[in-house]
Design a protein. Sequence first.
Length: 669
Amino acid sequence: MLKKKFCLLVSVAAVSLSMLCTSKVNAAFPEVKRIWGADRYETCSKIVQEGWKSTSQYAVIVNGENFPDALSASVLAKKYNAPILLAKGSTLGDKTYSELKRLKVQHVFIVGGAAVITPSVESTMKNMGITTERLSGQDRNETSAAVAEKIGTDNGVILTTDNDFTDALSIAPIAARYQMPIVLMPKDGIPGSVEKFMAGKNISKTYIIGGANVISEDTALKFPNVERIDGKDKYERNINIIKAFGDKIDFSNVCMAYSEQFADALSGSVFAAQGANPIILMGDKASEYTKYFLTTKESEIKNITVFGGTSGVKELHEQDVFNSTSGDASNNTPTTEVSVQNNGSPIVKQGNWVYYSVNNGSSSSTSKFYKEKTDGSGKVKLSDDFAKKIWIDGDYIYYINYYGEDQKNCFYKMKNDGTERSELTDDAPVYVNFQDDYIYYAKYNKVDSDKFSVYKIKKDGTGKQQIGNEHGMYLALKDGWIYYANLDDGSKIYKMRTDGSDKKLLCNDSAENYMSVVGDWIYYCDNENNNLYRIKLDGSEKQKLNNSNSRNINIEGNYIYYSVIDDNDNGLLYKMKLDGSENKMLSDVDCSTAVEVQGEYVYCSGFNSNGVYRIKNDGTGYEKISQNKSVLSLYVAGDWVYHLDFMSGNMTSKLYRMKLDGSSNEIVE
């Protein structure tokens, strides 16, 4: 019954579809403050002066040149509301000496053995009338265990690699804020000092940073209640850590530090922890994954605090992270490296501009294609086209110019100021991917016999050629491979090179209903029961994630949000981890037509719920925010929720928008 309803509404909507527009009040960039000095010691001193303006009974001293012992210090420092200060070689250093005097410190925790912080440093502090307590071990693992013993395990423990500093620094502010000790681990095996520390402890949760290539599965199995936080590189892990603890983080101030040196991030870790703020790691070039994540937090971020001088985090990167302009995107395939928000949708946001199309009549002659600022100002007409789907890559807009159902809808390109408009091909593409000079897609002109054939075309419209002989859905481009559901073989999952060679069958299950590439995994629903599965990109490690009839699947951070369709056509809202664990129902209110995740809220609509509702992503705070009936689809863009409503009386649809809390519900003209 649900499928019949859905097909009817989609058919009606296709005839009278009005595209989306948006308005977002967030015109100004965040304010940037840089805390820095001539070297790491002066930078540390400046951070301490900013965070501890009066006195502090305690301080934590670490070696400013040697990272391993220092990595566990943040949690200890926060426990005593103490700053971290850097010892300089075999001396205390002028800057650190001055801060100890200014703060009137009475007790110092020294993290590291005598080879790391020499007895002469300890003697200097004792001569200042300061008592000292050294936490150390025979190696970096034992030192971190000694610090962890001082913290306790009531709130859980964090395991990070012992041969690099970036993972520990990424999680340091969160670990410090919520008092979870950071224990340094080799890839394989558990050091005796760590086993001794674990003995008899009630460890409520173990967070492991990195995949099995960082800390092995055999090691992980020896710890209780494990949750891995992984990513393909240190920048992706940095962001995934922040996402995993997103509900505990205050994004009003975001801290930034250089990824290639440890000292500035370490010095700033307790400063960040005081405000429950994250530390974003920045390299010599801003990561696209980082840039995209920060654009999703644009409305929340008011201030950026940069630790260190411009030899680390470049000045142009401070705000450039909110202006991503390059990367790959696919309309149905979530990807970590996208240049714009909602690429391949009726509404697309890039930087401070929103692009959309409207059609207020029954023919294409009444169409308009617009862009406007995210605050609703500066509206500009780009063309008289009706853009059914929009993609943006760099300075160019690509879109399906829609003439109506059963018509020859074409693929167009124009510059984002409306100039250089031209038709690229008379195909109407789906599953669009950009790479270098080419666009990869499956064609979907309803009147064509080779629907869903795979093509590539140059961005200037030349060089169009078919790739392979297959008809494919859910195309995703990654590392020179095209992943797709092969319609010529029962929608089984395949991959082939971008030139059509090396075609490989990855899975015998049919993925006709859903398939998406996220990270190193392919997520899909089987056709038999619509249960959700995942396999690795090479076809290995197949996992069944649920036993439910799954729809409206959203993969957001480390979680999957989805509808479970029951016998009464209700879509119950569920959430689970990417590996299928912690699967739980968030709401039994119907969400059969749409599920949209935005920040801490999930927005939903269904045939039987007669409106739009939102609920927090932990299942609390349910609110019905709209009484509109027969909501066909919804999108969340900035400060607005857009929903397309089916009007059964005249078999048309209308587009509405409302604020995120349900106020100001209005028809979009």
